[in-house]
Design a protein around this ligand. Structure first.
Ligand code: NAD
Length: 359
């Protein structure tokens, strides 16, 4: 079985599908691995490291993927790239949100199977294949660093000869994977951290990490599979009001609230932002799906009522070494699930493979 690792061509994409450590394991198990020239360079992995792991280096996309059984990528393949993929092969990568219909049609026409990594089911058995979790961990961590860097304050309380500095107040909204990592990171940096989520389990997790829970007189909004569900209109307004009152005294907000398949809920209204202190910062991790803060723009920092609204894109790509390492381990575990004696076995009835196949 030949496994290929192309260089990512999408803007801002610094990660790579497989890192040398995973390549070495695949080669040891009998696979042949071909890596495109400098595919890992932006994340800190050289051609020499891949060669040492047993891979060969190919010059361009088409020579990398020729005769490939599985192509391992971060971002979706483009229509132009599909032309080079061998019929009967498979691609493992993200598909949503940027995969396009024309590329999907071309993949189907060529008989290339597409396995979307964001569709790995959130079940215990598949946890080690879950790129949403591994990459959200990085996003939560980096969001705090980015916000701390933009604040005109330090996070910890410091007692110095020049006087005592009060700790900054950090508020994390949405305590899923990214939010919990943000809470842990902000606490490590010495911030006074509070959090809020509509799921009771997440509320407990906020407190178990040592943060305080924002009090809000709203009902739990728990959907299926551990996800939140949309709040009713009056509950959403009650949540916005509770948040508006809480954030008057907050320096840094990290907001991550999402409902699968829907636009992100607006939780910090323009009026709430107006009530915040000058120089406060909001890092809106939901900016790509509409944003939790009114006025956030994806990929930009805008200042509204003296508050910086940061809408970061591809935060995992800002820590590409560790992001790729985790992404690669997720793919490696998935390959271990579908490669039987070196042959790719894609069983549509399988609990993990079935939902990942894009049709
Ligand atoms: P997500 O990105 O879908 O959402 C982030 C958070 O926003 C969630 O905690 C959600 O409850 C919260 N949220 C939504 N609407 C909100 C609102 N109006 N106000 C405040 N908060 C709001 O979440 P995620 O990080 O993908 O995690 C979702 C769930 O999946 C969690 O329960 C997590 O533990 C679970 N999970 C399970 C596995 C597994 O078992 N393999 C792996 C990863 C995550």
């Amino acid at each position: 079985m030949k496994i290929s690792v192309p260089k990512e061509s999408a803007a801002r994409e610094t990660r790579v599908g497989l890192v040398p450590e995973s390549v070495a394991k695949l080669v040891k198990s009998g696979a042949t691995v071909v890596v495109q020239n400098n595919a890992g360079l932006a994340s800190g992995f050289t051609n020499e490291q891949y060669e040492k792991a047993g891979a060969t280096i190919a010059g361009d996309f088409s020579s990398t993927v020729s005769d490939s059984g599985v192509t391992c990528k971060v971002q979706p393949v483009t229509v132009g790239e599909v032309g080079s993929l061998p019929s009967g092969s498979a691609v493992v990568s993200y598909w949503a949100p940027t995969g396009d219909e024309a590329a999907l049609a071309a993949l189907k026409a060529k008989g290339v199977k597409l396995l979307a990594l964001e569709r790995v089911p959130r079940i215990t058995r598949a946890q080690s294949m879950d790129v949403l979790s591994s990459q959200a961990t990085i996003s939560g961590y980096k969001a705090v660093l980015m916000g701390a860097g933009a604040l005109p304050k330090l996070l910890p309380m410091l007692s110095t000869a020049a006087g005592t500095l009060a700790p900054a107040k950090v508020f994390v909204i949405g305590a899923g994977v990214a939010g919990l990592q943000a809470i842990a990171t902000a606490r490590r940096l010495g911030g006074l951290v509070s959090g809020f989520d509509v799921r009771p389990a997440a509320q407990e997790q906020i407190q178990s990490l040592g943060a305080t829970l924002m009090k809000a007189d709203v009902a739990a909004a728990e959907g299926t599979g551990g996800y939140a569900k949309e709040q009713s209109q009056d509950q959403a307004v009650a949540t916005q009001n509770a948040i508006a009152a809480h954030v008057r005294d907050v320096d840094l907000i990290i907001t991550t609230a999402a409902i699968p398949g829907r636009k992100a809920p607006v939780l910090i209204t323009d009026a709430a932002i107006k009530g915040m202190k000058q120089g406060s910062v909001i890092v809106d991790l939901a900016c790509e799906t509409g944003g939790n803060a009114e006025g956030t723009r994806p990929g930009e920092t805008v200042v509204v009522h003296g508050v910086s609204l940061i809408g970061p894109l591809n935060l995992p790509g800002t820590a590409p070494f560790h992001a790729s390492q985790m992404f690669s381990r997720n793919i490696l575990t998935f390959l271990g699930h579908v490669l039987k004696d070196g042959v790719l076995t894609l069983d549509e009835a399988d609990e993990i493979t079935g939902p990942m196949l894009v049709k």
